[in-house]
Design a protein around this ligand. Structure first.
Ligand code: HEC
Ligand code: HEC
Ligand code: HEC
Length: 487
């Protein structure tokens, strides 16, 4: 993260508090709005020092945006009666879109930078109904030039970048750890009935998913597989996500890998002590015993070493070299004209504000009902919801319906879509996103172009396109151990 952004973050809260006082004072006095107005001259923006630019930008955001987007919005309660509830609606909508003091665990500042840039380009903010009533609150040319300058560095960092291949393991122990993780990922002995492996629900030949609306875990009392509450996301490129799971309850891949074995619905065990039962089964397997001994000479077979090895393997499940990656690296012919138009629409309609970075998603949590409720748009009336996003993890009411954005890499292979698993067609999923996340009605042609663009996201594993992988390509290898001892 650039210094600029860190600075903005450091003193924005202070500036926001100051703006709050002015705004409340403004209401009390009736005409103090003018005092909030600061002039930024576009011609002078390039001459400002970095510090001056940062400071001025923070004041602009505090004065013109914090009334609705500050973590402590000042605008609603006092003025609401006069505006027939318009302001309360403004603030409620604004708070759900983004807050100026980023909560690091929910949205990194960089995601906010992309969103601000989008509203600057579209000249959407502040809302017209607000600027008409509040003198001097519209963004001037100078403000826009200033904000653009201040955020330029961060923006360059958040653009979509190609997926880069993973480096080869550095030494024999690292290689053996990946080999071990690969075996464990496919090992059904991690489940109570010895039939469900990680790979059962994250099948690499199915885009790293099971292609089912809800995953099938170990059988329940009625003998039928128990179903998970949400659709299984892909394991490809998973390391890049800000946190794991739709509700973000695991910090990283290692912590995540500890979840399924001890999930009564998925792999059937329940208590941390149950790792000993799994270890006892694995202990019967000479190949695994040798690998664990080599990779973890002190550690043995435990929940800790099992999840450590699985996470090491998952970090290799990276899928570079999609048509879009080749395009990003300079091959202008890699996308069809329709796909190029789709990419343009993806940017201009703001999909990129949430589906950003190399994995096009995974970097932030976003509400799924800002403009229209995703569940109503995507799931049948009979759908029984049991997931409320980050709220399920933090139990904070403001986190209700805030879901970790999924990656769009390889998305053509990972149907059905959404945490609900209720949409089979990618084109339909795109249409729904336009409605629920972007509040746009666009032509069928645009929806199809964006869909075609997303079809260009299918990457390669070990040089082979994911849609051509066979079971043999992804099966774990039984390689002899190197002769020298490990760490
Ligand atoms: C009067 C309240 C109000 C003010 C002031 C305001 N906004 Fe907003 N903002 C909203 C509302 C309401 C939404 C969500 C609904 C929408 O987009 O219309 C929103 C959404 C946004 C979003 C999310 C993306 C988007 O376009 O929907 C961004 C980014 C944003 N505002 C930036 C800003 C910036 C930057 C300023 C100051 C220049 C600002 N806003 C001032 C009310 C406000
Ligand atoms: C019974 C099916 C099932 C099994 C078995 C299973 N998973 Fe999952 N996996 C899921 C579902 C469903 C989710 C989403 C759950 C949620 O977000 O609450 C998930 C989420 C994940 C995620 C998070 C992805 C993201 O985008 O946040 C990773 C990584 C993952 N699983 C890896 C594994 C590993 C490793 C194993 C074996 C130790 C495993 N899974 C076993 C169904 C399964
Ligand atoms: C405000 C943030 C935001 C914007 C803007 C946005 N998305 Fe999404 N997108 C999400 C979230 C959050 C989900 C997961 C929703 C769920 O499953 O509950 C999602 C899910 C998806 C999915 C389904 C992926 C899967 O594996 O299930 C697709 C496809 C998608 N978005 C495409 C788009 C396109 C195309 C656009 C622009 C038209 C767009 N998104 C705009 C946040 C956003």
């Amino acid at each position: 993260m650039s210094e600029t952004c860190q600075m903005i973050r450091k003193w924005l809260p202070v500036a926001c508090v100051a703006a709050g006082v002015v705004a409340v004072g403004g209401v009390a006095l009736g005409l103090a709005e003018k005092s909030k107005h600061i002039e930024v001259d576009a011609a002078q923006v390039p001459q400002l020092t970095e510090e001056q630019a940062d400071q001025l930008a923070s004041m602009v955001l505090a004065n013109k945006c914090a009334a609705c987007h500050g973590s402590n919005p000042t605008y609603s309660t006092l003025l609401n009666i006069g505006s027939l509830g318009l302001m309360a609606r403004h603030v409620a909508g604004a708070q759900r879109s983004f807050t100026l003091e980023p909560d690091e665990s929910v949205r990194p500042a960089l995601t906010n930078v992309l969103k601000i840039d989008y509203t600057l380009s579209a000249r959407r903010m502040p809302p017209i109904s607000y600027t008409m009533a509040h003198w001097g609150s519209a963004l001037t040319e100078g403000d826009v030039a200033l904000l653009r300058r201040v955020f330029a560095t961060d923006q360059a960092q958040t653009a979509i970048t190609p997926i880069e291949p993973v480096a080869e393991p550095t030494d024999a122990v690292a290689a053996a750890k990946i080999q071990l993780g690969h075996l464990l990922f496919n090992d059904p002995r991690l489940s109570t009935n010895n039939r469900v492996a990680c790979a059962s629900c994250h099948t690499l030949t199915k885009g790293g998913t099971d292609n089912l609306p809800k995953s099938e875990g170990v059988p329940g009392a009625d003998g039928k597989p128990q179903l998970g509450g949400v659709n299984a996301p892909t394991v490809f490129n998973a390391e890049k996500r800000i946190r794991q799971f739709w509700d973000g309850r695991a910090a990283d891949l290692k912590e995540q890998a500890g979840g399924p074995p001890l999930n009564p619905v998925e792999m059937g065990y329940e208590h941390p002590e149950d790792w000993a039962k799994i270890a006892a089964k694995l202990q019967q397997d000479p190949e695994l015993v040798a690998l664990f001994g080599y990779v973890y000479p002190q550690g043995g077979i435990t929940g800790d070493t099992i999840t450590d090895a699985i996470a090491a393997y998952e970090k290799t499940l990276v899928t570079p070299d999609s048509a879009f990656d080749r395009y990003l690296k300079g091959d202008a012919e890699a996308l069809t004209p329709q796909q190029k138009a789709g990419y343009e629409a993806f940017r201009s309609h703001g999909c990129i504000t949430c589906h950003s970075g190399s994995t096009m998603g995974g970097a932030s949590f976003e509400y799924i009902n800002t403009f229209a409720d995703l569940r109503e748009a995507a799931a049948p009336a009979s759908y029984e919801e049991s997931a409320y996003g980050l709220f399920d993890f933090t139990k904070k009411e403001q986190h209700r319906d805030l879901f970790r954005v999924p990656t769009l890499r390889n998305v053509a292979l990972t149907k059905p879509y959404f945490h609900t698993g209720s949409v089979q067609s990618l084109e339909e999923a795109v249409r729904i996103m336009f409605k629920t996340q972007c509040d746009r009605s666009v032509s069928t042609e645009t929806v199809q172009a964006v869909t075609a663009f997303l079809e260009a996201q299918t990457g390669k594993l070990n040089g082979k396109p994911l849609n051509e992988l066979t079971a043999q390509d992804v099966a774990p290898q039984h390689k002899p151990l190197p002769t020298s001892a490990g760490e």
